[in-house]
Write a protein that binds this ligand. Structure first.
Ligand SMILES: [Zn+2]
Length: 621
């Protein structure tokens, strides 16, 4: 997924012993494993719920096991039956434990006969944390309602009862009914020509972890972008999206050249309504993406390179627990850079690597020590919290360091072998390190010490000698910014006419946290940043203007916040407003109007910012 960026959800303190398995799941895969899921779902838009039947195929590991434990959150369980090898069904007793705030409710099913399958009849609630339901008015074309899932990290359990841990992989089939004219898509092979007759079937033949289970339904059109790729979006958006993502086949081919064949068949993209809380989500065969990538000049296509890269790092080789998420995100951010370099050139790839490293340098010092580690101690890290900048930016920096020390050719060959070796498995940091030592370090001695590796993986901060790419264009921007701030160059004389999105991002990222108001006014007068349709630039611009006390931007900032639910682009504005009592009051008004259009994750994040601001306010008085 890309990008999340530090969000302060309540951290969960877990006992160390829980780490033996995945501390974010109640499942006991050492006793019994789910190997296949067959889903029967009815999408009920008026009730904002899924009515489901989940049939789980079981592989019993312990012959003495007498129960099956699953993860659920807010599911209404109607009945459960066991199905034996001959297909005979029997009702099973079950108990749903009280709801844990983060983990949901443990579902324990009595299975003394160790049935071959269990079938659970259930329904979701309208506030399911992994689903968002939009009314027709909340969509671009305003014709049909829309719904979509976001299962990572531990939200699949809010719409399907299962072993919700990345350590367990299963294949799935699904039969989904929906109102006529609605198209349903899932993280499986999709057929762009499927009639909109209200009845869809899906098959994901590769074993996937639960966080990659995904569904969306709405007024969705499709347009081919290549021999094995298409873009799906609302009819008014699909043309623009197909143009922005017309290089998809080139990206797939570039990745295949580096790391071997794309294993999944088709690679399609679904552009969601603006409330989608992330940049992109690497759902197999069907990446879900934010419409904020549609800026018209392909400058934000690296998010697609990122999601595509997950087809190797993450979807093929998966972290076994959320603590090891850097194995997904750090590797993917590295591979994303390599795809960008191959298709769009080294200049852009270096700019993005520098933006990522500089961003990390700016933020890592303020994080709790444990969160600064690539492989943190399992205490105190929530599943969603584990997705901070560290796994992405520090992880990819570590891999760029390995590439630099061992040479590109050697490292490329190593990485290809790594993906191949662990394909369709879920692994821990320690398994990755063991393989790294045997296959890169021992075979190429003298390039890098193992102590350096341990420092990268287990120490907080970033190593002093971490290599940074250079960018002549960014160096020039540093000079422009300094001259502007020193007053030796006026805003209208900045050489910014040809700056791309990344160059504006870099210019604004380097401004002081609270810049002089008159300087910002001059910048806006010269370059018309207020009202920009480019949300990456808008997020940075409004954050600076709010911090500097420029009330003239408030209404445009409110428009940005109300229109975009992507956490990374909206939360910095809420945080900037929350720094003053007047700003906080204004942000609360904006939120009151925007809330119904936000995803549950965005609602939770905004409310956490308000609560923190109010608490800080009180403790200071
Ligand atoms: Zn990602």
């Amino acid at each position: 997924m890309r990008p999340f960026h530090a969000l302060a959800f309540g951290a969960l303190v877990l006992p160390l012993s829980a780490f033996a398995a995945d501390p974010h799941s109640f499942a006991q895969p050492d006793q019994v494993r789910v190997t296949h899921l067959d889903l029967d779902l009815k999408i009920d838009f008026p009730q904002k719920q899924l009515d489901g039947k989940a049939t789980l195929t079981l592989d019993w590991k312990n012959p003495k096991a007498t129960s099956l434990v699953l993860d659920t959150r807010d599911l209404k369980i109607a009945s459960i039956e066991g199905i034996d090898a001959q297909g005979h069904a029997n009702a099973l007793k079950f108990a749903l434990a009280p709801r844990d705030k983060e983990l949901g409710s443990k579902l324990t099913i009595a299975t003394p006969q160790q049935p071959a399958k269990v079938r659970i009849v259930y329904s979701t609630v309208p506030t399911a944390s992994g689903l968002q339901w939009l009314t027709p008015e909340q969509t671009a074309d305003k014709k049909l309602p829309f719904m979509f899932s976001q299962s990572e990290s531990i939200h699949a359990r809010s719409w399907v009862p299962l072993q919700d841990t990345p350590a367990v992989r299963f294949t799935y089939t699904a039969n989904v009914t929906a109102p006529k004219d609605v198209r349903v898509v899932m993280s499986a092979i999709n057929d762009a020509k499927h009639p909109l007759d209200g009845n869809f079937t899906f098959n994901q033949p590769h074993p996937i972890p639960s966080y990659l289970l995904a569904i969306a339904a709405g007024d969705i059109a499709a347009k081919e972008t290549g021999p094995r790729s298409a873009v799906y979006a609302e009819p008014s958006v699909v043309g623009k999206a197909a143009k922005e993502f017309e290089d998809t086949e080139k990206l797939i081919a570039a990745a295949e050249k580096l790391y071997g064949p794309y294993a999944w068949g088709r690679y399609d993209l679904l552009v969601l309504p603006p409330s989608f809380p992330y940049g992109g989500m690497e759902n197999p065969n069907m990446t879900f993406a934010t419409p904020t990538l549609l800026v018209g000049d392909k400058s934000l296509v690296s998010v697609i390179s990122h999601e595509l890269a997950h087809s190797w790092s993450g979807n093929l080789v998966t972290s076994a627990a959320w603590r090891d998420i850097w194995l997904n995100e750090g590797f993917t951010t590295y591979v994303q850079g390599r795809i960008t370099e191959a298709v769009y050139g080294k200049t852009l790839a270096d700019e993005e690597a520098l933006l990522s490293a500089r961003n990390l340098q700016k933020t890592i010092g303020a994080m709790p020590v444990n969160s600064q580690r690539l492989a943190p101690e399992p205490r105190g890290i929530g599943a969603d919290d584990s997705l901070s900048e560290v796994p992405y930016d520090k992880g990819s920096w570590f891999l760029r360091t390995l590439e630099q020390r061992f040479g590109r050719e050697t490292f490329d060959e190593y990485l290809k072998g790594y993906f191949n070796h662990f394909a369709f498995q879920s692994i821990t940091t320690e398994q990755m390190l063991e393989y790294l030592k045997a296959n890169l370090f021992d075979k190429n001695p003298g390039k890098m010490s193992w102590d350096e590796v341990k420092a990268w993986v287990y120490d907080p901060g970033t190593p002093k000698n971490a290599p940074l790419p250079t960018s002549a264009r960014f160096d020039a921007i540093d000079k422009e910014r300094s001259a502007f701030l020193a007053g030796t160059r006026s805003a209208d004389k900045l050489d910014a006419k040809g700056w791309n999105t990344q160059e504006w991002m870099y210019f604004l990222d380097g401004m002081p946290d609270v810049a002089p108001l008159d300087k910002l006014k001059q910048l806006d007068a010269a370059w018309h940043l207020t009202g920009t349709p480019n949300a990456e630039i808008g997020m940075r611009w409004y954050t600076h203007a709010i911090a500097a006390g420029d009330k003239d931007v408030w209404s445009a900032a409110a428009e940005h916040m109300s229109r975009i639910g992507r956490l990374y682009l909206t939360m910095p504005l809420y945080k900037a407003f929350a720094k003053t009592p007047e700003g906080l009051a204004y942000a609360e008004q904006v939120y009151a109007k925007a809330k119904s259009g936000y995803h549950p994750m965005t609602q939770q994040a905004v409310e956490a910012v308000f609560a923190k601001a109010k608490k800080g306010d009180k403790s200071e008085k």
